[in-house]
Write a protein that binds this ligand. Structure first.
Ligand SMILES: Cc1ncc(COP(=O)(O)O)c(C=O)c1O
Length: 360
């Protein structure tokens, strides 16, 4: 590893207190976190410290102007227990694309990758062993200048923490195609993984839940015709045997699961179309009995089946879960790749070396 990361271990691990049979998503945190600071135009002082609160000045720029970006990824174990990472390079690419859009400094690939590898190696005992469980990894960066006034911050902090998570309970979801609020517009920040996008989604998502739906299907405004995403996942449809997903047009997050599905299914000989998908096309396909599947795709669930879609007061009920051949195939292939059961023809999987960490 080329990055010299200073490691200070906790004196009292919380691991013995954790109930690995009850791991609510995002609520259990491992013993350590990685931190690096951006000062004077460079990343300095990469270190791993005991997990805990971070100091925050009330004028810290992130609190006011939201210069903040993040990633979400998972480390699993392969069949012989070794930690495995999935498509680390894609996460480097995406966090730096988000950084450029939000006028933040890029994170050198080696710093990002060495930080993830070291954090995961140090927390390897926290990776759950049960099937479909993993260590969720949350890298993020935020503006730290203590200043009031709108301009890019000159200092930033890059942090990574990790959370053990149990099997994702993937009940089929009911979607409300949203025709008043938008998630992202051309020229906006939809392609960046930045906090503001999620903040803006909360009201429409809450209103959808009040109406009995699980998530919003985002349509591009102001026409509200082109389908963008589903909740915080990319969206796929199976129409007449073809797998179809909206093209990344600047408003859609470039999901790493999405990209993996496209490559994987094309390699298996399936037709995968990346193109504009309108809600009218979905309604027509449903009416003609050709809408076979719809699912959200993202790191946490891999595939989240959609059971119903509501658009302008009309409810479309999709075929039953027992018929979801393509979605289920994708889910088992990607999970299989991650735990080493499916052979990795793509070079997506990296095993993490545990045991040669330099301690401070
Ligand atoms: C808005 C949004 N779309 C799509 C995704 C899926 O991306 P990925 O497959 O990289 O997890 C995510 C999750 O990160 C997301 O937040």
């Amino acid at each position: 590893m080329s990055t010299n990361i200073k490691i200070t271990r906790t004196t009292k691990s919380r691991l013995p207190e954790v109930d690995f049979n009850y791991l609510p998503f995002g609520k259990v945190f491992t013993d350590h976190m990685f931190i690096a600071d951006y000062i004077g135009g460079q990343w300095v002082n990469p270190r791993i410290e005991p997990f805990g609160p971070v100091y925050m000045h009330p004028a810290s720029m992130v609190l006011h102007y939201s210069q903040t970006i993040f990633e979400g990824m998972k480390a699993g174990r392969n069949y012989d227990g070794q930690p495995m990472l999935f498509r680390l390079d894609k996460h480097v690419e995406r966090i730096n694309a988000s950084a450029r859009r939000m006028c933040m400094p890029e994170i050198p690939g080696d710093l990002f990758k060495d930080a993830i590898r070291t954090q995961v190696a140090l927390e390897a005992d926290w990776i759950p062993t049960m099937e479909d469980s993993s260590l969720y990894i949350r890298p993020f960066m935020y503006a730290t200048d203590e200043f009031i006034g709108v301009r890019p911050s000159e200092t930033y902090r890059f942090v990574i923490f990790t959370c053990p998570t149990g099997p994702y309970y993937d009940k089929p979801v009911r979607l409300l195609a949203e025709t008043s609020y938008i998630r992202a517009a051309q020229g906006g920040t939809g392609e960046a993984k930045t906090g503001g996008n999620y903040a803006a989604s909360l009201l429409p998502a809450t209103l959808a839940v009040k109406q009995g739906f699980d998530q919003v299907m985002w349509l591009e405004g102001p026409e509200f015709k082109n389908v963008q995403e589903s909740g915080t996942m990319n969206i796929f449809f199976v129409i007449d045997g073809k797998l179809i997903t909206p093209g990344t047009d600047g408003t859609i997050l470039r999901g790493i699961t999405r990209d993996s599905i496209i490559q994987l299914m094309r390699a298996k000989g399936y037709t995968v179309e990346e193109r504009t998908v309108t809600i009218d096309e979905i309604v027509a396909a449903h009416k003609a009995g050709k809408l076979q599947e719809c699912f959200g795709a993202g790191t946490a669930a891999v595939v989240s089946h959609v059971s119903e879609i509501s658009y302008q007061g009309e409810l479309m009920t999709l075929p039953g879960m027992e018929t979801r051949e393509i979605g289920n195939l994708i889910k088992s292939e990607i999970n299989g790749l991650r735990n080493g059961i499916v052979k990795d023809e793509f070079g997506w999987i990296e095993a993490v070396e545990v045991g040669n960490l330099q301690l401070a």
